[in-house]
Design a protein around this ligand. Structure first.
Ligand code: PSU
Ligand code: MN
Length: 347
């Protein structure tokens, strides 16, 4: 490719053309743009359950140094439940699937810096390009960004806290998270606690339906009314399109879907544990205030979600952080168990 050619000439000049083609490719621009850790490569090659973890929650969600502790804790939760974690993020423009502990610290300690971007689908080319130009740019990957990189590495399961969605008033502003279109075109199953109620949950579910994304919520029985969860709260007032009982149910759905030419993802919603949930009306008051402030200050686009999350943290005096931590832990454990079940079906 043009890119590989340009890098090649500069990096290893004359000796390059004598290398076998496969080596040339692995030493080329692609290697400067994308790396999968040896542990994750090995796990994928030997059929071990791998679980992808995103990094926008660390760079644009949790403050430093709490984010370091959380990142390491989530990785251990994957391991003790029989999986291999693949934390995904970007350092100096290079996307890494399976960041090591030092790389995670290097990335998440830059939370809040202007050189640390929130990287969704539209940003991957820019951050990679700036990295090739020698810029010290880092990135926390969103659900959309993480799905793309996970899929490129061959990972099918991804656990996180919450999904982006259609913002309130989105029918006019067209502020619809790229997470939703990504779910429509990238075959990765995302385990989350739904989306926050500062978003428009009914329109988010409509949009996912249009995108062909299967949505199921974990519940104790297959019948009856089950809400699609609203992150801090188990109820949203909006019915989940489908219900799943357990990890084996979820794995069967992923396995079945992979046999059809459906290249979309799945949303597997895992409600926040009862004991750490924040009642819906309590949350609503805080959200109304945070939304009004964002509107007054004109904070829109990709800055909107991080701003609202920050204000919710402040206005709830940290109660939201506790709930947020508990639900992510639950999702990571669930996601790992789904990956373990899926591995059994694929064996
Ligand atoms: N929702 C949350 N917490 C988060 C995010 C969303 O409750 O941390 C992050 C995720 O990384 C998600 C992104 O993919 O924000 C969505 O941002 P946007 O709405 O700009 O697409
Ligand atoms: Mn947006």
């Amino acid at each position: 490719t043009v890119l590989a050619g340009a890098l090649t000439r500069r990096s290893i000049s004359g000796r390059w053309s004598k290398l076998p083609v496969s080596w040339r490719r692995s030493l080329s621009g692609r290697d400067k743009l994308f790396r999968v850790s040896e542990e994750v490569q090995d796990a994928l090659a030997t059929g071990k359950p791998v679980v992808a973890l995103e990094t926008t929650i660390y760079t644009h969600g949790f403050p430093y140094p709490d984010n370091v502790a959380l990142a390491s804790h989530l990785e251990s939760l994957v391991r003790v439940n029989g999986g291999v974690p693949a934390t995904i993020g970007i350092l100096n423009g290079r996307a890494i699937v399976g960041m090591d502990p030092e790389e995670i610290i290097q990335l998440v300690s830059t939370a809040g810096s202007e050189n640390t971007w929130k990287v969704s689908r539209r940003d991957l080319g820019f951050i990679g390009g700036m990295g090739l130009r020698g810029q010290k740019v880092h990135g926390g990957t969103t659900v959309a960004g993480t799905m793309i990189l996970a899929h490129l590495a061959g990972i099918k399961i991804f656990a996180t806290g919450g999904l982006g969605g259609v913002h309130r008033g989105g029918q006019n502003s067209l502020d619809i998270s790229a997470d939703l279109t990504e779910l429509g075109r990238t075959p990765v199953a995302v385990i989350s606690s739904g989306c926050k109620s500062f978003l428009d949950i009914p329109r988010t579910l409509e949009y996912l339906e249009t995108q062909g994304v299967g949505v199921g919520t974990f519940a104790d029985g297959r019948t009856g009314h089950v809400d699609f969860p609203a992150f801090f709260s188990r109820d949203s007032g909006v019915r989940s399109p489908k219900v799943i009982l357990d990890e084996a149910d979820a794995a069967a759905v992923i396995y079945a879907q992979s046999h059809f030419p459906i290249h979309s993802g799945l949303v597997l919603a895992n409600p926040v544990p009862e004991h750490s949930a924040i009642p819906k009306d309590e949350m609503d008051t805080i959200i109304v205030q945070a939304l009004a402030e964002a509107d007054e200050k004109g904070i829109g686009g990709s800055a909107n979600t991080p701003y609202i999350l920050k204000r919710i943290r402040e206005l709830s005096n940290g109660a939201s952080v506790k709930a947020n931590t508990a639900l992510i832990e639950g999702n990571v454990i669930r996601g790992t168990k789904v990956a373990v079940e899926l591995e059994k079906l694929e064996r």
